[in-house]
Design a protein around this ligand. Structure first.
Ligand SMILES: *Cc1c(COP(=O)(O)O)cnc(C)c1O
Length: 395
């Protein structure tokens, strides 16, 4: 059996998204800034895509800027809000310890440029609260940026409450919604969101394409200088095919949320229940407040990387902490942020499923994980020490 269980890393493009892209690579290949017919056709397509994406988010089309993906949208939102704040003498930024690196590394850079960055602690259940945000806001706070849903442990933050706190205090609120868009309902107006980042390849659209929502009245500065595309907020000829694919994929995902969410949640809960039977393991993050497709565990006496290789042998594509992908031996900053100690954080496994998975596949995943964990523990000196009492179990 072949099972792709790494949808948080990227998703397979849907047929609908591919079909929406093809005309703009074939006959309608014109530059949307050109005045002749095929250019104007491309331009009309962009207008249409912008309106459809805005409708999915509950905002106006003019509040959407197309970007090259989630990372660029995060960088632009944060840098823009920081620069606007600095003009008003406000250089304090609030975020959390478990953001994506697109946010954390941008904030680290801003720190070097003289901003004060405060990272809120994340509770052991993988959640931050609106009260924490309220307590951290100061008169010189220019930006609060808190991710909608975490990419490793899947926990979903109380975004509307955090948005309400920020709105009441007059602080710009950005959320990295890359994991949430297309997977959870989003309504930027109702949730008091000022800026929101999304990325097409996380909801069955193409890679290298994303969008940034910025509420009307909030200034947006461009990150990339050049032509006047995107109302001067993002230079560069628009990736028309990818944008059409993104609009089709988001519309498709949002139109079916009512049926896919409960189905994927049920598969997720079956997977969590099955894996939980393995001794000395623990679910990472709250069991309820989590993305429909996210299952994340830590196992004692296991190294995440060998787990992945053995699962790959069984046809399963999975992931451990994101740090491993960068070739680094540091355990994931997300798992450390929720209080997992180094040894345990190294034995992590993330399975991210979607609406195409079946119960049969879930059961195959459970038995494969059980088999591989048992096998690896059989060879692990740490596991031997745990068993004969030389070392204490943590989980
Ligand atoms: C994938 C991801 C990003 C980066 O998006 P790209 O389009 O790959 O640049 C940012 N934030 C989160 C939470 C993500 O999961």
């Amino acid at each position: 059996m072949k099972i792709y269980a790494d949808n948080a890393a990227t998703t397979k493009m849907s047929r609908r998204a591919i079909d929406a892209m093809l005309p703009y690579m074939e006959d309608c290949f014109g530059n949307p800034s050109s005045l002749y017919t095929i250019g104007q056709q491309a331009n009309e397509a962009l207008t249409d895509a912008r309106e459809r994406i805005a409708a999915c988010l509950g905002c106006a089309a003019r509040e959407i800027t197309f970007t090259s993906g989630g990372s660029e949208a995060d960088n632009q939102a944060i840098r823009s809000a920081a620069a606007t704040g600095a003009l008003r003498g406000k250089k304090h930024i609030i975020s959390t310890a478990f953001e994506h690196h697109a946010v954390l590394h941008t904030l680290e850079q801003l720190k070097k440029e003289g901003y004060e960055v405060e990272l809120l602690d994340v509770h052991s259940n993988g959640l931050v609260t609106a009260e924490q945000v309220a307590a951290a806001i100061r008169p010189d706070t220019c930006l609060v940026t808190v991710m909608y849903a975490n990419n490793e442990i899947g926990t979903v933050q109380p975004i509307a409450e955090i948005g309400a706190v920020c709105r009441a205090r007059g602080v710009t609120f950005h959320t990295d919604a890359v994991q949430a868009a297309g997977h959870l309902p989003i309504h930027v107006a109702e949730q008091n969101i000022d800026m929101l980042s999304l990325s097409a390849h996380k909801f069955h659209g193409p890679k290298g394409c994303g969008a940034l929502y910025v509420r009307r009245g909030i200034p947006l500065r461009s990150l990339i200088e050049g032509g006047a595309q995107e109302r001067g907020k993002r230079a560069g000829t628009e990736n028309v095919p990818a944008i059409m694919g993104m609009a089709a994929a988001l519309e498709d995902a949002c139109a079916h949320l009512n049926e896919t969410m409960p189905r994927v949640c049920a598969l997720r809960d079956r997977l969590i229940a099955g894996i939980s039977k393995i001794p000395h393991c623990a679910l990472n993050g709250d069991a309820q407040q989590r993305l429909p497709g996210n299952v994340s565990f830590c196992f004692e006496g296991i190294e995440g990387e060998s787990l992945l290789l053995l699962l790959d042998d069984r046809g399963i594509s999975a992931s451990s902490g994101s740090a491993c992908t960068s070739g680094s031996l540091d355990p994931s900053h997300v798992l450390l942020a929720i209080g997992r100690v180094h040894d345990v954080a190294h034995g992590s496994l993330r399975l991210t499923i979607d609406e195409s998975n079946t119960e049969e596949e879930i059961d195959y995943l459970i038995s494969a994980v059980e088999e591989v964990v048992t096998y690896l523990r059989g060879m692990s000196p740490i596991w031997r020490d745990l068993q004969n009492g030389k070392r204490q179990y943590i989980l």
